[in-house]
Each structure stands twice: as C-alpha cells, then as structure tokens.
Design a protein around this ligand. Structure first.
Ligand SMILES: NC(=O)c1ccc[n+]([C@@H]2O[C@H](COP(=O)([O-])OP(=O)(O)OC[C@H]3O[C@@H](n4cnc5c(N)ncnc54)[C@H](OP(=O)(O)O)[C@@H]3O)[C@@H](O)[C@H]2O)c1
Length: 170
C-alpha cells in the first residue's frame, strides 16, 4: 500500500500538522520523514504507542484511554484509516482537510481510493534503502500464497502491526 499513498501525500499541504487514526506505520512515516510534515500525531492501543514514537510520531494517542477528537489541539489534515470519519471531522482545524480510506464519508471529508504505480515505488526506494522510512512487516507473516485467505482474514481483524505480506507463487 505504501506506493499508492505517495500520490495521496503529494496532494497534501506539506508543512501541516497531521493526525492519523491508525496507519502511522506507513503513511505517517512518509508524511513526517519524506514530505516534512511539521507535527504528526497517530492513534494506537497502549501496547503500540512506543512503536509509534520510535518511528517518529510526535504525539502517540492511546485510543483506548481517550478520544483524539476531544483533544484541545486541532490538526490541518486528519487521515482516517479506521472508518471513524464522523470523529475525524471534529479533530480538524477550520479550513483543514479530512480524508478517509474507509467509508462512510462525513462532510466535509473526502474519500481517497488508492491505485498502484511502479514509478511511485521507484521514488520510495531511496528512502527505504537509507532507512529514513522503515518498512514494517507484520510479524504474523509473510504468508505463502496458499494462505492468502488466512492473510486477508487476519487483515480484516484490524489488528495488524504494519503490512501483511503474501509472497507470490515461485
Ligand atoms: N480506500 C482504499 O483504497 C483502501 C486501501 C487499502 C486499505 N483500505 C482500508 O483501510 C483500512 C486500514 O487498512 P491498513 O491495511 O492500512 O491497516 P492499518 O491502518 O495498519 O490498521 C491496523 C491498525 O489499526 C489499528 N486500529 C484498529 N482500531 C483502531 C481504532 N479504533 N483507532 C485507532 N487505531 C485502530 C490497530 O492498532 P491496535 O492493534 O493498536 O488497535 C492496527 O495496528 C482497512 O479497512 C482497509 O480495508 C482502503
């Protein structure tokens, strides 16, 4: 999913304060380390907060202990990867932007559908090789192609830490 997100981030106001509901592991890192977002906040449950910080999140919000939309601080861009657009619109500054990748969409948010492009992967490669962006592969994988159904079922639990990888038929 990383390469598709490049095109999304390219559309953003780059020096923004950004809040992510989940998804920091890939998109948040790109915003912070590649596109130079001034401040990036991200949500996760308690056990994953240190990981978020170790990957550069400025603010790691424990969603099991509080609501990100109730914070006094508001954000220029809020990115919803959980399906809580109704809450995301309450966390944005006036004139800011809310984007969801999981419907339903609450105005004024918009939905973003990802498309893959090899050329974007090429742009990403130097950041991965230099370690500026750290790919995070979920430890339950990689899954062999014969276990694709299991991999998708796991993805559907919404508990993965990073990307769920299925390796191709040799
Ligand atoms: N529109 C599109 O083109 C598009 C493309 C790809 C994916 N999607 C959709 O986007 C969603 C996210 O997919 P993804 O692969 O990127 O997974 P992801 O964002 O990495 O989601 C998994 C993470 O979400 C966290 N999480 C679960 N519930 C949460 C909550 N209430 N608040 C904050 N964090 C929460 C989990 O952390 P904890 O374990 O700490 O809870 C887990 O680490 C999926 O529904 C997927 O179908 C849409």
């Amino acid at each position: 999913m990383l390469p598709e997100l490049w095109s999304f981030l390219s559309l953003q106001k780059l020096r923004s304060d950004i809040c992510y509901t989940s998804c920091y592991f890939c998109l948040g890192q790109l915003a912070k380390h590649v596109f130079g977002a001034s401040k990036v906040a991200a949500t996760a449950s308690t056990a994953k907060l240190e990981l978020l910080k170790s990957l550069g999140a400025d603010l790691a919000i424990d969603y099991t202990k509080g609501n990100f939309e109730d914070l006094p601080e508001k954000f220029d861009v809020v990115y919803d990867a959980v399906g809580q657009c109704d809450r995301a619109v309450k966390a944005v500054k006036e004139g800011g932007q809310v984007v969801t990748i999981v419907g339903p969409v609450t105005p004024p948010a918009s939905i973003f559908l990802l498309t893959s492009k090899g050329s974007i992967l090429d742009k990403l490669q130097p950041y991965l090789e230099s370690g500026k962006v750290k790919p995070l592969i979920d430890p339950k994988g990689p899954f062999p192609f014969s276990k694709t159904v299991e991999a998708f079922s796991y993805l559907d639990t919404n508990r993965a830490t990073g990307k769920v990888v299925v390796y191709p038929i040799p």
